[in-house]
Design a protein around this ligand. Structure first.
Ligand SMILES: [Zn+2]
Length: 111
């Protein structure tokens, strides 16, 4: 792994040392490298699900519903983005929709 790919929080170690001892790095979730926005989002969602599922929290059902809705919306945006990428460059509506979907997903730097 090159230095440029390393996680800037843990310098590639995958863990940070806290008062409670070593813990998985909060930014790369132990991977040691910089993760894409989508990967970080999915890992964060899984962590939220893990914490809330069968927790008995008053908000458990609401949080799990929100995670499900967010994931569904992001999947729809990915499909929309894919459809727009097949459109002609002259199609300004497709280009604008692609830009908006990309912004919401945080997939690529705008070019
Ligand atoms: Zn890290």
């Amino acid at each position: 792994m090159s230095k440029a790919e390393q996680c800037l929080t843990c310098y590639g170690a995958g863990e940070t040392v806290t008062e409670a001892g070593p813990e998985a790095c909060p930014d790369c979730f132990g991977a040691g490298k910089q993760l894409s926005h989508s990967t970080r989002m999915e890992w964060r969602l899984r962590e939220i699900e893990r914490v809330y599922r069968q927790s008995g929290h008053e908000t458990e059902a609401d949080v799990l519903w929100l995670v499900h809705e967010l994931r569904s919306s992001r999947e729809a945006l990915v499909r929309i983005l894919a459809l727009c990428q097949d459109a002609s460059d002259a199609d300004t509506v497709a280009r604008d929709v692609k830009y908006q979907a990309n912004e919401a997903l945080g997939l690529y730097e705008p070019t």
